[in-house]
Design a protein around this ligand. Structure first.
Ligand code: ADP
Ligand code: MG
Length: 916
């Protein structure tokens, strides 16, 4: 390969230096004491989160910083054979490490000088080589940037020595792979970060897994949007310590040896590729405004506390390339010619790509080989790349050495755009929220149980106290009654006795007095007055007794009223307890309500997470999370469904726990944030066909229509319209929407809305209604067609596509009705003035719009009553064009048939002398 054939490699030494890009001037000493390849400026942690990217679910992703591919050259010391065989010859190269130059001798008089980012002599230690070549790449991989370290050179010049030595017997001999992993493990923590490794071999355009050799012919998968390359079929092993990594490397090496023996080749013919995936979480950034999406810019405290953690994902690729010497095309080493071609295909494709990139050629043949597809990020991509080219000293291999040097020189001209890979870790947020929710539920359960126990205890205590008081009271009452009765009986008895005694005495005295009177018939004696005194005395006693009895009764009454007061006090105590019980129950209901709100917000978050991760999987960004996107039947993306199974299960669980009725009731919540969350949840539920009937049954459709009628907030109206559009996919719902005045509400929303996404939702809903045969007349009378046509003012292609779909649906139904004899007269579309717009956009650039309109035109033209209007509006020309140029055969034929079968159109075609 003549050096003169490269623009860069002119024969004069000075010209090479002149052609280096400006960023390769390394004369200024760097502040760092460590020797290393000069690195392009890299944005530091936390400094580059772009809000626009953040709102799309990606936490960050700067536009990238230019970073040239760094190239070091390493010279292997003479080996034993060379020491003898080349004893009389000088080395073919001379190094000037302090000037970072290398001189390649042409002959005894002439040499060419080349400048590299670093020149490593035969005495350079493995440690220094690591620090100069790989350490900056490893460090930036730890900060979230992809990185590549690669060795290129002739077989036997030390590529594997530089990259792959394990250094088991002598740690100073450890190569780049081992040292890189040591640094990575030292800087990561197994609790929050993850490091995993794949180890592969690329031989004859087939990728083999060196960790599980049965894994053969692994496919390369490229994300069409981001261009990210991955190998889903490759084994990936999580690394927690250096020991397991060393075992893995040993295992890989053993498998590589076995595989190469089987394939009858040498390891120098295959490329070995080590891929290290580093995923790190960023802690302590949640308090700052990290751009996490929030409703109308005001995050609720709840959402703030549930911000998803940010993760940085990077990939470090270490490539030990196949030997760069050419293989004999005749098929030496027992290879056929085909094999010989294929063996070097990847390496020569790499050379071509680097040439193209170095020369800024518009086409870089990345797709020509597996190696270049795998390394598309490493050259001209977003990774930080460091290349070490290895050479030997022997003058016998001067040609190969020169070509290695030229490869390195060209690689130095390749510019990459180094980019930070940072994103939100929604999955871990979901897990955290699940745990948080479980804790809340358990805590609530425990509080409720404690509370119920407490109530039970108070009630029992109150009951026993009341019973005690009642018992004491009735005992005392009984005793007092008995005592009073006893006293009464006693005094009555005494009185009776006294009375009896008195009666007896009086009788005896009366008899003796009579006797005395009879004897001496004299005046009354002193004894009768004494009797009177005595009776008086008795009466007096009687009176006193009665008074004392009355006092006892009085006392007893007092006692009774005291007990009554006590009883009343007991009752008021019970009333107090009841009140406490009521207020605690209220408190419990409130708590339950809060939990329901929390759950619904969590449900909403989970939906957002699921949508975002879906759109991330699809590589989309910046799209609305809800709405018509869900009109695309999800069954078309089974792989997406599967990948989202985790969050889905927890959504289903939450949905069950919260209950549809509760979610619908939140649509009328006082709190605006809650209303927004609730309508998003309903919209997401409505996107699943399985939920639609349940939503309509539970009155969800009516509530959504109410939101269109009453809500001032455009987000709510947009999301509600999206939900209605999804519900309007089913015929019964279409009729219900019309019956509830939905078309008027949708038309009002269309008239007021500015946001194209809102218009897209409304147009999508009306377009669905247009597909119902029974609603044609009503749709037209209530202004549905006019509303559709009004929305074209916004000009957004997504809105136009929905309008066109609606018109095509309508035209198709009308055409069906006319054929069945259910419709006579000119099309309602034509009556509502849709034809000029249809004709104007029939050849629209966007194919979805064009297809719908083309179909609509064919349907309209199938009925003779429309023909005159169509001719006068210029639709005939469009039909002729469709019948000739439309790329869809079915539409082309339909147009053709339509033109042939319409007498009016035929007459006009003949009049215009158009052959048909
Ligand atoms: P390659 O992978 O490029 O084919 P190797 O790494 O297998 O080359 O090296 C070939 C031989 O040279 C090995 O025996 C290796 O130990 C030895 N070697 C390579 N580079 C050095 C070096 N810098 N110092 C000492 N020995 C080296
Ligand atoms: Mg090797």
């Amino acid at each position: 390969m003549a050096s003169g054939s490269y623009r860069n490699g002119g024969p004069k030494p000075t010209s090479k230096l002149d052609h280096l890009p400006p960023s390769t001037a390394y004369s200024t000493p760097k502040p760092s004491a460590k020797p290393r390849l000069s690195a392009a400026p890299v944005p530091r942690r936390g400094g580059s989160v772009a809000p626009a990217a953040a709102s799309a679910g990606k936490a960050g992703g700067d536009a990238g910083v230019p970073g040239r591919v760094r190239v070091a050259v390493r010279l292997r010391p003479r080996n034993a054979e060379e020491t003898i065989a080349d004893a009389d010859f000088a080395d073919c190269v001379e190094l000037q490490p302090e000037l970072k130059r290398l001189k390649l001798r042409k002959n005894n008089w002439e040499s060419e000088t080349y400048e590299f980012d670093e020149v490593l002599t035969e005495f350079a230690s493995q440690k220094r080589v690591y620090e100069v070549v790989a350490k900056p790449v490893v460090e930036s991989a730890l900060e979230g940037y992809n990185g590549t370290v690669m060795a290129y050179g002739q077989t036997g010049t030390g590529k594997t020595y530089t990259l792959g030595r394990l250094g088991e017997e002598d740690t100073a001999a450890r190569g780049i792979m081992v040292r890189a992993m040591e640094d990575i493990l030292a800087d990561t923590s197994p609790e929050i970060d993850s490091v995993s490794v794949s180890y592969l071999q690329l031989y004859m355009e087939s990728i083999q897994d060196l960790l599980v050799p049965a894994n053969d012919n692994i496919a390369i998968v490229e994300d069409p949007k981001t261009g990210d390359v991955s190998l889903p079929g490759a084994t990936s092993v999580e690394i927690r310590d250096q020991k397991s990594f060393m075992e893995l490397l040993r295992l890989g090496e053993a498998h590589r040896f076995a595989a190469n023996t089987k394939l009858n080749t040498e390891s120098s013919r295959s490329h070995a590729i080590l891929i290290v995936h580093v995923k790190r979480s960023l802690k302590g950034r949640h308090d700052a405004d990290d751009g996490f999406p929030s409703e109308n810019g005001t995050s609720s405290t709840l959402i703030k506390s549930f911000r998803p953690p940010i993760v940085r994902k990077s990939k470090l690729v270490v490539v030990d390339l196949a030997g760069s010497e050419r293989i004999d095309k005749s098929g030496s080493e027992g290879h056929t010619l085909e094999e010989a071609k294929s063996i070097n295909l990847s390496l020569s494709a790499l050379g071509k790509c680097i040439n193209a990139l170095a020369e800024n050629s518009p086409h870089v043949p990345v797709r020509d080989s597996k190696l270049t597809r795998l390394l598309r990020d490493s050259f001209g991509g977003s990774a930080r790349t460091s290349l070490v080219v290895t050479i030997g000293p022997s003058p016998r291999h001067r040609g190969e050495t020169a070509s290695t040097i030229m490869f390195g020189q060209r690689a130095m001209k390749v510019e990459n755009m180094v980019k930070l890979k940072e994103e939100f870790d929604y999955k871990s947020l979901c897990r955290r929220l699940d745990i948080e929710l479980d804790k809340l539920l358990a805590e609530n359960e425990r509080q409720r149980k404690d509370f119920e126990d407490e109530i039970e205890r108070i009630r029992t205590e109150a009951d026993s106290r009341v019973a005690e008081v009642e018992k004491g009271y009735s005992n005392t009452l009984e005793n007092a009654k008995l005592k009073y009765q006893q006293d009464n009986m006693d005094s009555i008895k005494k009185l009776e006795e006294k009375w009896m005694a008195n009666v007896n005495r009086a009788r005896v005295e009366h008899q003796s007095a009579c006797l005395e009177k009879a004897c001496n018939n004299k005046a009354p004696t002193r004894s009768s007055s004494a009797d009177i005194v005595e009776v008086r005395q008795l009466l007096q006693n009687e009176k006193l007794l009665r008074q004392s009895t009355e006092e006892v009764v009085m006392n007893l009454k007092c006692e009774i009223s005291r007990w009554k007061r006590l009883e009343a006090a007991g009752n008021s105590e019970i009333v107090k307890f009841r009140k406490m019980l009521d207020s605690e129950t209220n408190q419990k209901y409130k708590l339950e309500e809060e939990i329901a709100i929390l759950r619904s917000q969590l449900l909403q978050l989970s939906f957002q997470a699921e949508e975002t991760s879906r759109s991330l999987d699809r590589g989309e960004s910046g799209k609305a999370l809800t709405g018509l996107d869900s009109l695309v039947p999800q069954a078309r993306h089974p792989q997406l469904r599967d990948s989202a199974n985790g969050p889905k299960a927890s959504i289903a669980k939450l949905f069950e726990q919260v209950g549809l009725q509760k979610i619908l009731s939140l649509l009328e919540s006082e709190d605006h944030d809650v209303r927004v969350h609730a309508v998003k949840v309903v919209a997401n539920l409505a996107a699943e066909e399985a939920n639609q009937d349940k939503i309509v049954e539970a009155g969800g459709l009516t509530s959504l229509l109410m939101l269109l009628r009453n809500s001032e907030d455009e987000t709510i109206r947009r999301v509600a319209a999206g939900a209605i559009a999804n519900l309007a996919m089913n015929e019964t719902n279409q009729e219900l929407i019309m019956a509830q005045g939905g078309i008027v509400l949708l038309s009002m929303t269309a008239a007021d809305a500015e946001d194209p996404q809102t218009l897209r939702m409304v147009a999508g809903a009306i377009a669905n209604l247009c597909g119902n045969d029974k609603l044609q007349m009503k749709l037209s009378v209530e202004g549905g067609i006019k509303a559709l046509l009004g929305m074209v003012r916004c000009g957004h292609p997504d809105v136009l596509a929905q309008v066109a779909r609606g018109i095509a649906n309508f035209a198709k139904c009308e055409s069906r009705a006319s054929t069945q004899g259910n419709k006579v007269g000119v099309s309602l579309l034509i009556e509502d003035g849709a034809l000029p717009w249809i004709v104007k956009n029939a050849n629209h650039d966007a194919s979805p719009i064009r297809r719908h309109i083309e179909l609509a035109l064919c349907h309209l033209a199938q009925h003779e009553v429309n023909a005159k209007e169509m001719i006068s509006e210029g639709a005939l020309w469009e039909l002729v064009r469709i019948s000739r140029d439309c790329s869809r055969e079915d539409i082309r034929l339909l147009a053709h048939r339509t033109l042939i079968s319409s007498p009016t159109l035929q007459t006009e075609l003949r009049r215009l002398h158009i052959e048909f």
